[in-house]
Design a binder for this molecule. Sequence first.
Ligand code: SAM
Length: 289
Amino acid sequence: MKEIQMASPSAVRQVLQARGLAAKKNWGQNFLTDSAIAESIAAQVPPDNLLYEIGPGLGALSQFLLPRAGLLALVEIDPGLAAWLQQLFAEESATQRVDILQGDALELNFDAHAQQHGFANYVICGNLPYYITTPLLKHFLCQKHWGQMVFLVQREAAQRMAARAGNKDYGLLNLMIEYHAELDFLFDVADSAFYPRPEVQSTLIRFSRRPAPAITVRDEHLLFATINAALAQRRKTLVNALKNSGLAPGVDWPLLLASIAIDGQRRGETLSLEEFGMCSDALWQQLHS
Ligand code: SAM
């Protein structure tokens, strides 16, 4: 690794300037400029794994992650930043300690990539680009072989992840998190730790995969198809949302909901994960009888 400490305001400005780059808003580029914070984020990442960093940017966090990783895979969408990372980690790339993947993290099949590199499981971390936090988290949660994930996210986004049934912020992401993971809030990071300064504060969060999903259902795909159908039209009652969804057209939804004592006049977003589980299992029974 080049002897250059990236988590500092001067290094960030110098490297951007020298390479004719600018912080791009549309890719959520707010670079960490505080090495103590970068170090304390890295300290939360479990050691000795295949470690994916999403959006490594100029490498401020990557430098502290490197000594903790078995293999550090850097997933960066910006070709200019990926070229800089190649230079910063030239030695580690040559010795295969660092793998630089230039592309969109939403399109990477992490399970398949890890398997190709001989790892049964892995860790994902990063200072996430705020504009796609929710799609990224949904994509990661759908992968089967991560053990832990540690992310810096916008503080409000972190707060929304804790929403419970009935809350206006409660939705598919909350249910996916509850099903797959335990979520911990680690610490806040002030806007002054970034260049350019974002208009929001950030929070470091950790997802730990549950040893088994929070509920047991007949068919996980059917569970999430039911959740999607129920939440797709949030102004409609549960029974109307399910009827209109096109999921299982022949099913008598009022009867099905009555059989599990769920009031079809409720809104989908008032149902708990357990109630969605009951709904999808009742549907499974009907589809298989
Ligand atoms: N990790 C660096 C740091 O802390 O200084 C940069 C973090 S910055 C908030 C987000 C980074 O994610 C940027 O480098 C941006 O180019 C990258 N990025 C944005 N969208 C991405 C995507 N879909 N896939 C991979 N990287 C992405």
